[in-house]
Design a protein around this ligand. Structure first.
Ligand code: EPU
Length: 444
């Protein structure tokens, strides 16, 4: 990802501090010990911010993470005509979005092209304004990531959608109408987009084979607080009685379960003990028993989870990524970085995205023994990784390489920090507070 214009981001997110031209230097081998505050979830806050476009009333979001994706989306919402105000909330940084008037044509193509979640603007703008026009969304280079399910669902609700020259143009001159939609596979983004559209559409919408990720539940709960009528929340059939005018809401963004799982693995790899505050282990779905089998002990306590390595040490396990509650694809690369030094072999199969093994070459540079055959990475645990210069290729790969560096012997230099900044609020600083030695250096 190229560096975004700092000036254009600062207006909408005064807290944003870009670090162009820097890398992280991680001195490995220190146990992580202390308290790590888990931030609000990236993949929950983005759809929640978009939901504010559905009402002219203010929507207050608490526990908003200070990440690049939030800065980019803030900027997009502001350009669409929303007023954004930042304040100190109950749990963290709070954002008030007031979309009293919206200008659906004012989309910044450059910004949209950089962030996959911007496709959610399609459903919300169509529902609120009857039209939306945006470039095909960008995001991490981890697979094809089509938006055909989104488009088919919106068409079923009466939208006219054209895709031409990399641009999506959608209109619903007579408004959207409820429909029964069966998703070919449980897509997180399509479920969210259709949910956003359905709450303002006339009549009943049923989304079958809906994704069940907790971030979708967060969105549905916020929409309910705004006055939407949604049943089946948390299940794979969502039933929405649409057409009600929505009010504002005051909603706290859920904790980031991917940050939780990643730092739990880091505590285990470094043989430390970390209290992960503001999160609970149940959020991990089946990753929880998988981690337990690998030797990551997770103990729920008041206001958090304590993570440490089992006295028996880390052992190889087999993992298949699956939609929630299955093992999250976003935890696949951190898990691989951990299993690279577990005793025995692991087979990690990626079933969601086609190109999500780009961290493998980087882990190999650090001495990991990993062979990829088709969609499965075969990992043979080595005693210890060695520090190396590595490049983050997507947001989760960045976190995986931080984790690998924490456990490695010697210094790891991590480039591609935009990726880390996209999804993690102050991860390096929070790790330093737990005893890690991490500095930022100029790339040279
Ligand atoms: N798919 C299609 N057509 C569609 C929609 C999806 O073919 O219209 C395919 C995708 O190509 C992919 C699969 O379905 O192979 C699943 O995609 P999904 O729509 O569920 O993913 P997404 O909405 O694009 C969100 C998260 C991802 C996370 C996935 C899976 C956000 C902003 N992104 O993506 O997060 O990996 O769900 O859980 O919520 C990340 O945070 O690093 C990240 C990539």
């Amino acid at each position: 990802m190229n560096h975004l214009s700092d000036v254009s981001l600062l207006g909408a997110s005064p807290w944003w501090r870009p670090n162009p031209g820097t890398c992280l230097v991680i001195q490995g081998g220190r146990p992580l010990v202390g308290t790590y505050g888990v931030s609000g979830a990236k993949n929950a806050v983005l759809p929640l911010m978009v939901s504010a476009l559905l009402t002219p009333r203010p929507v207050v979001l608490d526990n908003v993470p200070a990440i690049l994706d939030v800065a980019v989306l803030s900027n997009l919402l502001q350009r669409l005509g929303a007023d954004l105000t930042w304040s100190t909330g109950r749990t963290g940084r709070a954002l008030t979005v007031c979309a009293e008037r919206i200008h659906p044509r004012q989309i910044d193509r450059d910004l949209v092209a950089r962030m996959r979640a911007s496709v959610l603007l399609l459903g919300a703008l169509l529902a609120r304004c009857g039209e939306a026009s945006l470039p095909l969304p960008g995001g991490d280079a981890i697979g094809l990531r089509g938006i055909d399910f989104h488009i088919a669902g919106l068409r079923a609700m009466g939208a006219e959608v054209e895709v031409n020259g990399g641009l999506i143009h959608a209109t619903a001159p007579y408004g959207l109408c409820g429909a029964e939609i069966v998703l070919p596979q449980p897509s997180v983004g399509a479920t969210e987009n259709l949910l956003l559209a359905a709450v303002l559409a006339k009549g009943q919408t049923i989304i079958r084979n809906a994704a069940r990720e907790p971030e979708i539940t967060d969105l549905a709960q916020c929409l309910t607080m705004m006055g939407a009528a949604i049943t089946g929340i948390g299940s794979d059939v969502l039933i929405i009685q649409g057409g009600r005018e929505l009010a504002g809401a005051d909603y706290t963004v859920m904790p980031d379960r991917i940050e939780l799982g990643t730092i739990a693995c880091a505590a285990a790899v470094t043989d430390g003990e970390v209290l992960l505050r503001h999160a609970h282990a149940e959020l991990l779905g089946t990753a929880r028993p998988a981690f337990a089998a690998a030797g990551v002990v997770l103990e729920d306590v008041r206001d958090g989870v304590i993570a440490r390595r089992s006295p028996a040490g880390l052992t190889g396990i087999d993992i298949q990524t699956r939609p929630y509650p299955g093992f999250a694809t976003d935890l696949q690369s951190p898990a691989m970085a951990m299993l690279a030094t577990a005793a025995g072999a692991s087979a990690i199969t990626e079933t969601i995205f086609e190109q999500r093994f780009r961290h493998v070459d980087e882990l190999r540079k650090m001495g990991a023994d990993i062979t990829v055959l088709g969609t499965t990475a075969h990992v043979r645990g080595v005693d210890r990784l060695a520090g190396a210069r590595v490049m983050a290729t997507d947001v989760r790969a960045a976190a995986a390489l931080v984790l690998a560096g924490l456990g490695a012997k010697g210094d790891t230099v991590l480039d591609g920090l935009d990726h880390l900044d996209r999804g993690y609020d102050g991860m390096a600083e929070k790790l330093v507070a737990c005893g890690a030695v991490i500095t930022r250096d100029k790339i040279g």
